[in-house]
Design a protein around this ligand. Structure first.
Ligand code: MRU
Length: 336
């Protein structure tokens, strides 16, 4: 499919975007190819949708949720089987389970009805992003230098984004965005720079190892990231490296913000200890562009996410507002 994706087109709500449904098929922008190419893959079954999620054609917790909802509609009349295969694709982002459960609750195998619900989820997602962005923008001060990790923008959500959505909404107040490259899969370098350029935002890229020094050197005003699963006490799973970033932020007395929709909050778990952390193939660490970077026989540990304790988080921003210094009581007050 030829370039149906531009941020402008997408944000006007006239098509494009990382996930969309057209003519009985799901179209996923292949995020493994960004920024080099804007190519879509066409997915026609739940099994193919699950494979695309696993291979990270589509990634980012909310976008995974939307893709999974469409994947359920593509379940060829067997939603139980579709749910089973989709739930096995990636374990950490709770949005996936949330979307699958919501589709199951429709309690039908009828394609038309399932498609309608998936479209509803997609639309809601866009609205949630806008609300989160607006709420979060209130926390951004004039002339801010803001650091971010991974990609929590349009590509990750199918809306304007969560963490990046906040920055787009606060654009006039942003002096500079510092983007961490996000090893091993480079979502920061590949995807966040791509989005920020489209938004004409001022940004620079740093290696992950430069974050503490960059905080000092650039006098960073705030750090903002997305989330894959937030436990009921506020502990937050997000891209590997987030936890270290929060520790560095605390040392430098920089506010550390998490932006996410309600579908990312898992009230079924009491703390981050219960969050299943996906471990991916060792080759993601051992190779760069397919070439080994360590001596043969080296083993690697490759967790895709880590958990940041709530006490290191200055505020969790949601569509309902923000919770400063989050804990269970405040989380329940906002959502109870
Ligand atoms: O492995 P990924 O690229 O799916 O990880 C994405 C993240 O960690 C994002 O920060 C998170 O999903 C929030 S996206 C709005």
């Amino acid at each position: 499919m030829k370039d149906d994706y531009t941020m402008k087109r997408f944000l006007k709500g006239v098509g494009g975007g990382p996930v969309f449904f057209k003519k009985n098929a799901l179209f996923l922008l292949d995020q493994r190819k960004i920024p080099r190419e804007e190519k879509y893959i066409r997915v026609k079954t739940a099994k193919e949708t699950a494979a695309a999620i696993r291979k990270m054609v589509v990634r980012g917790a909310p976008a995974i949720g939307v893709a999974a909802a469409y994947g359920m509609a593509l379940g060829r009349g067997n939603i139980t089987l579709a749910a089973d295969v989709l739930l096995k694709s990636r374990p950490t982002a709770v949005n996936l389970k949330w979307a699958v459960d919501r589709m199951l609750a429709i309690n039908t195998d009828n394609f038309g009805k399932l498609l309608k619900e998936a479209e509803k989820i997609e639309k809601e997602n866009k609205v949630l992003c806008e609300k989160i962005s607006k709420n979060g923008a209130k926390l951004i001060k004039k002339n801010s230098v803001v650091m971010t990790h991974c990609n929590a923008g349009a590509l990750a959500t199918g809306g304007t984004g969560t963490a990046l959505g906040v920055l787009y909404a606060a654009k006039k107040k942003i002096k500079l965005v510092i983007v961490k490259e996000t090893r091993p899969r480079l979502q920061g370098a590949n995807l966040t720079t791509y989005e920020l350029k489209k938004w004409k935002m001022p940004y620079i890229l740093i290696s992950d190892t430069a974050s503490a020094f960059a905080m000092k050197k650039y006098n960073v005003s705030a750090i903002i990231v997305g989330a894959d699963r937030i436990a009921s006490n506020g502990d937050t799973a997000n891209k590997i490296g987030t936890y270290a970033l929060a520790i560095e932020a605390r040392y430098h007395r920089i506010p550390f913000y998490v932006a996410a929709p309600y579908s990312t909050i898992d009230f079924g778990i009491k703390s981050g200890k219960k969050i299943v952390i996906e471990e991916r193939n060792q080759d993601e660490v051992l190779k760069i562009n397919g070439k080994p970077i360590a001596v043969a026989g080296t083993k690697a540990f490759n967790p895709a996410f880590d958990v940041t304790p709530a006490k290191l988080i200055s505020a969790i921003i949601t569509e309902r507002g923000f919770i400063k210094n989050p804990d269970r009581k405040k989380m329940e007050q906002l959502y109870g």
